[in-house]
Design a protein around this ligand. Structure first.
Ligand code: NAD
Length: 478
C-alpha cells in the first residue's frame, strides 16, 4: 500500500497543513491500494502566495527561457511515461495499451505548446497602436480524474507558455498519477513557486482557488454542475474562466455511410476510456429504415469488446473508476429499461467472472427517444443509446436537442453531405468518418459544455490579456 503525504509548494515537497487521509481503492478489485493526505484551505493559500510571489519575475521571462522550461518538462515527463501509464492502469483502470499511448502524448503536449508559443505573436500592431499580450496572472487549475496527468499537462504547459504561474488542484482520485507528475515537474527545475500542486477536496481547496482574490483565472475541466458553481464563485473577483465540461455527443450516421465501418466505430466512440470520456459519442442517430442492421452491427461490436483486468493487453474495457460511479451507471441502465428502451445487449450487473471490480457490461439500447433520461443525461459509462430519425433535418434537430455541445460525429460516403451536416451541428468539434485527434485545433464546448477553448493559439490566448499601447511608444519584444 502506498501513502502520498506531501504536496508541492514553492519548489518543495511539503507536509500539508490538512490532515485528512483519503482512501484510494483499486477499481479492478475494490481493494485498498493507498492513501493520500489532503491539503486544506490553508495549504491552498500557501500555494497561492508562492505563485503570486513568483509571478513578477516569471511574467517577464522570454519565449526562449520558457521554451527551455517546456522542453525540460517534456523530457522529465517522458522519462517516467511507463511508470505513469502503470499508475493509470492501477488507479482508474485505464486499459494498458491506451494508458501507454496517453502517457506518451502527455509528454508531447509540452512540445506542442512550445511550438504554438513560438508561432504566436505576443506583440501586434492594430491600427495605430501596439497591442501587447500579457500573462493573465496566477492561474488556478482544477482537473478531473478521467485523464488526470494529460489535463494537467495541457493546462500547465499553456500557462507557462503565457508566462503565468499556477496552483493545480487535481482530482483526489488520481493522487498516484499526480505524485509522479509532481516529481517530474520538480525534476524540470522551474523557478520556485511557478508551479504548485495541492491535493485536496473540491469544496475545500478548489473553492479556495475559485474565490481567492490573488487567483486571476480558473482553468477547469470537470462536470457541468461543478463548472457552473466555480463560475459563480469566481464572479466576485471577476476571474477569467475556461470551463471544459460535460457532453452528450451525437454520432449521426447518414444513410449512405459505410455501416460495417461506422457502427463498430460508433461503439468505440461511446466506450472510449471505459465509457468515461467527456467526448463520448453516447447518442447514435441512425436512419429508421436501416435500424435492424444497425442493431445487429452494434450488438456484434459491443459483444466483441473484451472487458476485464486492464493490465491484460487484450482488454479494451476496464472498470468504472469508483463504486459510486459504478452505481450511477447502473442507475442509468435501470432507468433506460424502466422508461421503455430496448436492451440490445449488456444490461444490469457485472460481467461474468468480474464480481470484485467495478465492471459494467458493455451496453447498447435501441428505441431511445429524445425525452428519455438516457438520451438527455451524461452517463459516463459504456452505455450507447441508438435513436432513429426519418430525415437529415430531423437527425440534425435531434443531435442539437441537448443543452450540451462538446463534440459530434458524422459518417457518410458523400463528403460534401457530411460537411453540410457538420456545419449545422452545434458542437465545438465535429469528427467526419472516424475518431480523429488534433492537439493544436481548438477544443471546447458550445452551450453548457463550457466556456472558452483549449489547445493551440485559441488555448494560449485564454491565458493572455491584451494591452493596447496608444500614442508614442518604444519597441517591445516580439
Ligand atoms: P467533477 O466536476 O466532480 O470534479 C472535477 C474537479 O472539480 C475535481 O478536482 C473536484 O475535486 C473539483 N471540484 C468539485 N467540487 C468543487 C467545488 N465546489 N469547487 C471547486 N472545485 C470542485 O468531475 P469528475 O467526476 O472528476 O469528472 C467527470 C466530469 O468531467 C464529467 O462530467 C466529464 O464530462 C467532465 N469532463 C470534461 C472534459 C472536457 O474537456 N470537456 C474532459 C474530461 C471530463
Amino acid at each position: 500500500m502506498y501513502i502520498i503525504d506531501h504536496i508541492y509548494i514553492n519548489g518543495q515537497f511539503v507536509t500539508p497543513h490538512g490532515t485528512e487521509m483519503f482512501d484510494l481503492l483499486n477499481p479492478s478489485n475494490g481493494q485498498l491500494a493507498g492513501q493520500v493526505r489532503l491539503g486544506d484551505a490553508e495549504d491552498a493559500r500557501r500555494a497561492i502566495a508562492a505563485a503570486k510571489a513568483a509571478f513578477p519575475a516569471f511574467s517577464r521571462t522570454t519565449k526562449a527561457q520558457r521554451g527551455a522550461m517546456l522542453q525540460r518538462l517534456h523530457d522529465a515527463v517522458l522519462a517516467r511515461a511507463d511508470e505513469a501509464a502503470a499508475a493509470l492502469v492501477e488507479e482508474y483502470g485505464g486499459p494498458h495499451n491506451t494508458s501507454v499511448a496517453r502517457s506518451r502524448y502527455t509528454a508531447n503536449m509540452f512540445l506542442d505548446v512550445k511550438q504554438v508559443m513560438d508561432d504566436h505573436a505576443y506583440v501586434k500592431t492594430i491600427n495605430k497602436s501596439t497591442v501587447v499580450l500579457e500573462p493573465v496572472g496566477v492561474v488556478g487549475i482544477i482537473t478531473p480524474w478521467n485523464s488526470s496527468a494529460w489535463f494537467i499537462a495541457n493546462k500547465v504547459a499553456t500557462a507557462i507558455a503565457a508566462g503565468c504561474t499556477v496552483v493545480v488542484k487535481p482530482s483526489e482520485l488520481s493522487a498516484r498519477q499526480n505524485q509522479i507528475l509532481a516529481e517530474c515537474f520538480h525534476a524540470a527545475d522551474l523557478p520556485p513557486g511557478v508551479l504548485n500542486i495541492v491535493n485536496g477536496r473540491g469544496d475545500v481547496v478548489g473553492a479556495e482557488l475559485s474565490t481567492h482574490p490573488d487567483i486571476t483565472k480558473i482553468s477547469f475541466t470537470g462536470s457541468t454542475p461543478v463548472g457552473k458553481h466555480i463560475a459563480r464563485l469566481g464572479v466576485d473577483t471577476m476571474k477569467r474562466v475556461t470551463l471544459e465540461l460535460g457532453g452528450k455527443s451525437a454520432n449521426v450516421i447518414l444513410d449512405d455511410a459505410d455501416f460495417a465501418r461506422a457502427i463498430p466505430m460508433a461503439v468505440a466512440a461511446c466506450y472510449m476510456n471505459n465509457g468515461q470520456a467527456c467526448i463520448a459519442g453516447s447518442r447514435l442517430l441512425v436512419p429508421s429504415h436501416r435500424l435492424d442492421e444497425v442493431k445487429r452491427l452494434a450488438k456484434m461490436a459491443a459483444e466483441a469488446v473484451v472487458v476485464g483486468d486492464p493490465h491484460d493487453a487484450a482488454v479494451t474495457l476496464g472498470p468504472i473508476v469508483t463504486h459510486q460511479q459504478y452505481e450511477r451507471v447502473q442507475h442509468y441502465i435501470r432507468t433506460g429499461i424502466e422508461e421503455g428502451a430496448e436492451l440490445v445487449t449488456g444490461g444490469l450487473g457485472k460481467p461474468a467472472g468480474l464480481a470484485a471490480g467495478y465492471f459494467v457490461k458493455p451496453t447498447v439500447f435501441a428505441g431511445v427517444t429524445p425525452s428519455m433520461t438516457i438520451a438527455k443525461e451524461e452517463i459516463f459509462g459504456p452505455v450507447l443509446s441508438i435513436m432513429r430519425y426519418e430525415t437529415e433535418e430531423e437527425a440534425i434537430a435531434i443531435a442539437n436537442g441537448t443543452p450540451y455541445g462538446l463534440q459530434a460525429y458524422v459518417s457518410s460516403t458523400d463528403l460534401a453531405r457530411a460537411n453540410r451536416v457538420a456545419h449545422q451541428l452545434v458542437a465545438g468539434r465535429v469528427h467526419i468518418n472516424g475518431i480523429h485527434d488534433d492537439l493544436i485545433a481548438p477544443f471546447g464546448g458550445f452551450k453548457q459544455s463550457g466556456i472558452g477553448r483549449e489547445f493551440g493559439p485559441y488555448g494560449l490566448d485564454a491565458y493572455l490579456e491584451p494591452k493596447a499601447i496608444l500614442g508614442e511608444h518604444a519597441q517591445y519584444q516580439k
